[in-house]
Design a protein around this ligand. Structure first.
Ligand code: ASP
Length: 450
């Protein structure tokens, strides 16, 4: 039994939805599908989720909302018309949006309720369409499915007790259930979304809850590549990758699969197949618990993500001060800031943080001030425009010379390594570099290892 998740590019218009329906009709092992909101139909197009965010922005700025609502409704109306569905369903969508706009007062909840509508409406349309094709299909809302999440808008976490409810979806008799991705409900009954790109997370949760044999993730790519295809022409196609390796690469921006989606699958060892809606016969990349290692290919891939800052501080005899790091972390916690890495020397520590946590607030200045007054470092500085470069591969463990190959490749391209980190498992190395070196670094490493 399979659970399949279809991303926004697979559902951007009626002709894409027809491809999805054909896949589902053909493969009757697919019992449950999780769907995204309509994505981009062409390069300059706008995703429905982004239109919904724009709707929220206009609403809170007291600006006109009717044009954006019309634009959103046009997307769904054209899908409904081309699939020969009755368009009165689209009118009900408009009523739902207006109801949310008029009745949800708290901004964070309003934003999540609006954002979730993209997948919610799409799931309803797709289920209706599948029924017209002779499959019995049922739209199941995340609430009915039992997806209960933390009360943390835009960053939902599943409550583990949900799995008992999700399991009950097995009792449905329809050929295929259609569940909207990207959101769940809090215990107080508010709609709470996962992080952006979070339909993958719903898909993984449902696959785990139903103990699926396979989880298929449909996008417009068949493979995960060893490096970003926008940087390297024809990069190496990964046929098999472990959850651990994928987690490392997804963390640093391998957009094809959300890093938070791996956890539920990893727990139950459910294999993930990366599939292409436009080319469904290709057996794409498989994400599995274990794979055979080729000693000649220690590295499986490289990724690099921009948008980090580092708070660097120095204090003589810092190593002898009990609780120094704990106090820094307490300050971060006071401002609800998570950190990514903390490379250190005997007298210095750097705290690497995603810079988007400081957008639209003055928390960075406040954190620096608090560290300065409470810990009295000799100096403290903020370094911005950092990128984190990851070199990943289970084959690197216990192999001599991999760091040398990495540093030689970077040095030959005149790239300065600002900081580095390697965990004891040795299957991932992290290097902090200046963001301007991102593309040359990936090129240099690709040439070195492939
Ligand atoms: N529609 C949501 C987004 O654009 C979630 C998803 O597509 O996975 O972030």
């Amino acid at each position: 039994m399979k659970v399949a998740k279809f991303g926004g590019s697979s559902l951007s218009n009626a002709s894409q939805i027809k491809k999805v329906a054909a896949i589902v009709k053909e493969d009757r092992d697919i019992k449950t599908i999780v769907v995204s909101a309509p994505g981009k139909r062409f390069d300059d197009d706008v995703k429905v989720t982004d239109l919904l965010i724009a709707l929220y922005t206009n609403k809170v700025a007291n600006m006109d909302t009717s044009k954006i609502i019309d634009e959103i409704m046009d997307r769904y109306r054209s899908i409904a018309e081309e699939l020969s569905l009755e368009t009165k369903i689209v009118e009900s969508f408009e009523a739902i949006l207006n109801d949310r706009l008029n009745n949800i007062e708290e901004q964070a909840y309003l934003l999540d309720a609006l954002k979730s509508s993209g997948e919610d409406f799409n799931a309803q349309l797709i289920s209706t369409y599948l029924n017209t094709l002779g499959l019995s299909s049922k739209y199941v809302s995340p609430k009915e499915a039992g997806i209960i999440v933390s009360n943390t808008p835009a960053n939902a976490r599943l409550l583990q007790s949900s799995y008992d409810e999700i399991k009950k979806l097995k009792d449905y008799e329809e050929d295929v259930l259609v569940i909207p991705g990207f959101f769940g409900y809090s215990e107080d009954d508010d709609i709470i979304t996962f992080a952006r790109g979070g339909s993958d997370i719903t898909g993984a949760i449902i696959a785990r809850g139903l103990s699926a044999d396979i989880y298929e993730n449909y996008t417009d790519e068949s493979y995960i590549f060893a490096a970003h295809p926008g940087i390297i022409d024809n990069p190496y196609k990964i046929k098999e990758i472990t959850y651990k390796e994928m987690r490392e690469l997804a963390y640093a921006g391998f957009g094809i699969f959300h890093d938070e989606a791996l956890e539920p699958l990893y727990q139950e060892k459910i294999p993930v197949m990366i599939r292409n809606t436009n080319d469904p016969t290709v057996e794409g990349t498989k994400i599995v618990a274990e794979r055979a290692l080729d000693p000649k290919v220690p590295v499986i891939g490289f990724s690099c993500d921009e948008g980090f800052i580092s708070i660097n501080l120095h204090k003589y005899l810092l190593n002898k001060e009990v609780g120094f790091t704990k106090r820094i972390l307490q300050i971060l916690e006071d401002y609800n800031i998570s950190y990514e890495h903390m490379p250190s020397g005997i007298d210095d520590i750097s705290i690497i943080i995603r810079s988007n946590q400081f957008e639209g607030n003055d928390n960075l200045e406040r954190v620096i001030e608090d560290i300065d007054t409470q810990l009295e470092p000799e100096w403290i500085e903020v370094e911005d425009n950092l990128s984190l470069l990851f070199i990943v591969g289970l084959g690197m463990a216990r192999q001599v010379g991999t760091v040398q190959r990495v540093t030689t490749a970077l040095a030959d391209s005149n790239i300065n390594i600002r900081m580095m980190n390697q965990g004891s498992t040795e299957y991932s190395m992290m290097f902090a570099i200046q963001s301007q070196d991102h593309v040359p670094a990936i090129k240099a490493l690709f040439n070195q290892f492939f």
